[in-house]
Ligand binder design. Structure first.
Ligand code: NAD
Ligand code: SER
Length: 317
């Protein structure tokens, strides 16, 4: 039987790109895009789109039955910065959405689940350089606490109910097709748009705040690779570390200046600085490499050049 895929939170930064890629593989009609917001992006109009609030369990069930859904990619969440401003919604959305989807799998209505975790599961007491898969995890943000709890639930549902759930701890994701949705790493997308538009950018993180990041193409490829891997090779059912590259705002600005010599960068840290300071600077991902052959492909030079070229083309269209 051919798989039918439901994407929840399809209008977001990752969802937009994932829908486009999955439709190329599974066919437009077999990838159902859903979001709490009405369709805002033309690119999602190539196949089915439904408005769905993931907190509405009955509507989720009805859509799964209507389209005979076999796989769910759950992307709806409040990200780190937004969740700090709305603790109750952050916890409720990030937890309830996951339990609704895991329960569908437990009751055998769907076969496979993808749910992303984050580097936010780590906290200030975690070793911050080449952070290993298994280490001290004491997150001090609403978002990080919800992701760590989510990881424990994924492993629990796999062990107790044989749910085939797969997950990656994404670093900050950087892509040109879609806008970021309220995270601490958003500066690393906004900076490219502002560099091209106004030639200047004020970073809300200090110049030396090094964080793990990843080009969106690598993130989408990692997502497809973990979902396509044979079940027996997915040995970690909480969530896998994956590394892309690490850089600070100053290092990114320096790289952009190689393309736009007059680009001016300034720094005004806000509440997101404390979130960033609690996260790792770099990630060690040997388990993902060994278990399902993960390998990143973008360095800072390639990422910068790709972002500037594509955003320039987009703006001139
Ligand atoms: P985003 O904020 O860009 O998109 C989330 C989408 O969910 C939005 O389109 C929003 O409208 C939708 N949504 C919100 N509430 C909803 C509800 N009640 N029902 C249905 N949809 C709802 O987020 P993203 O960056 O695409 O992230 C997707 C997932 O990946 C999240 O779980 C996030 O934690 C995780 N992640 C993202 C990054 C990153 O850098 N973007 C890094 C690590 C982990
Ligand atoms: N990029 C995400 C954020 O900043 C990390 O999960 O919230």
């Amino acid at each position: 039987m051919k798989d039918t895929i439901l994407i929840i939170g399809a209008s977001g930064q990752i969802g937009t790109e994932l829908v486009i890629t999955l439709r190329k593989i599974y066919g437009d009609a077999n990838v159902i895009a859903t979001d709490i917001l009405p369709m805002a992006n033309e690119e999602l109009s190539t196949g089915p789109f439904e408005v769905l609030d993931i907190l509405d369990q009955k509507s989720l069930f009805d859509i799964v039955k209507k389209y005979n859904v076999t796989q769910v990619y759950l992307l709806a969440a409040l990200l780190s910065a937004t969740a700090e401003k709305n603790i109750e919604l952050g916890w409720n959305l990030n937890m309830r959405s996951l339990s609704h989807v895991l329960d569908l799998a437990r009751e055998k209505h769907i076969k496979k689940v993808y749910w992303p975790s984050s580097i936010a599961v780590f906290g200030p007491s975690t070793p911050s350089i080449l952070t290993p898969q298994r280490t001290i995890m004491e997150p001090n943000t609403v978002y990080g606490i919800s992701k760590l709890a989510g990881e424990r639930w994924c492993e629990y549902y796999h062990e107790k109910f044989s749910v085939d759930v797969r997950s990656i701890r994404y670093p900050g994701l950087i892509g040109w097709k879609s806008a970021p949705g309220g995270g601490t790493t958003d500066y690393a997308v906004h900076i490219f748009h502002e560099a091209l538009k106004s030639g200047q950018y004020t970073s809300f993180l200090s110049d030396d705040t090094t964080l793990p990041m990843m080009h969106m193409n690598d993130a989408i490829r990692a997502t497809l690779e973990i979902m396509e891997a044979p079940a027996e090779s997915i040995k970690i059912r909480s969530s896998y570390n994956v590394a892309g590259l690490s850089f600070s705002p100053k290092e990114l600005a320096d790289e952009i200046q190689k393309h736009i010599p007059d680009f001016k960068m300034s720094y005004e840290s806000d509440y997101r600085q404390a979130i960033a300071d609690s996260w790792p600077k770099s990630i060690y991902d040997s388990e993902a490499k060994t278990d399902w052959n993960w390998k990143s492909s973008f360095n800072l030079q390639e990422l910068t050049s790709d972002m500037l070229t594509n955003i320039k083309t987009l703006v001139n269209q």
